[in-house]
Design a protein around this ligand. Structure first.
Ligand SMILES: [Fe+2]
Length: 157
């Protein structure tokens, strides 16, 4: 299996894509371009929710068949997803109130959480997924990319 076709590679690219969109939103807001910032933040949130959905609905359930769902690493990751979603809701509220100071207070917290969370996934969980799924990895990769549209519609609905 080439490196390009691993679950690790695919989901790391997805992290990078989300980080890029997030930084665009922060830049607009730092420069007080709030309308553009709000639009960019919505684009980031959609991409991020898609990423979380790929993990929560496709990858984690598959890993939980091997790990069991009680107290395993996927439980920790799901909890961290909820923490990040809660901060994102606060950040969206801050943008809507044009409260840039409060946005950046939340942003400091989010960046730290997101960096730690992504590193755990990239260093531990994704490599574990590649090992555990073995020959089933290519089917998982196919699902991760093919179901994006369906999940996106669900998120937007
Ligand atoms: Fe995650």
């Amino acid at each position: 299996m080439s490196n390009l076709s691993t679950i690790s590679h695919y989901l790391e690219q997805d992290h990078q894509h989300c980080d890029d969109l997030y930084m665009q939103a922060e830049e607009h807001i730092a420069e007080t371009r709030l309308a553009q910032g709000a639009a960019a933040f919505q684009r980031f949130m959609l991409a991020f929710e898609l990423h979380l959905a790929r993990e929560e609905h496709l990858l984690f359930p598959e890993l939980e068949k091997h790990l069991g769902s009680q107290g395993g690493p996927t439980v920790v990751m799901r909890n961290e997803h909820e923490q990040m979603r809660a901060i994102l809701r606060q950040m969206l509220g801050a943008i809507e109130r044009s409260d840039i100071d409060s946005f950046f207070d939340y942003a400091d917290h989010l960046r730290m959480l997101m960096a730690q969370h992504n590193l755990k996934e990239e260093n531990v969980l994704y490599p574990m997924a590649d090992r555990m799924l073995g020959a089933a990895s290519s089917a998982m990769l196919e699902q991760l990319s093919q179901t994006s549209a369906a999940i996106a519609q669900g998120v937007a609905a």
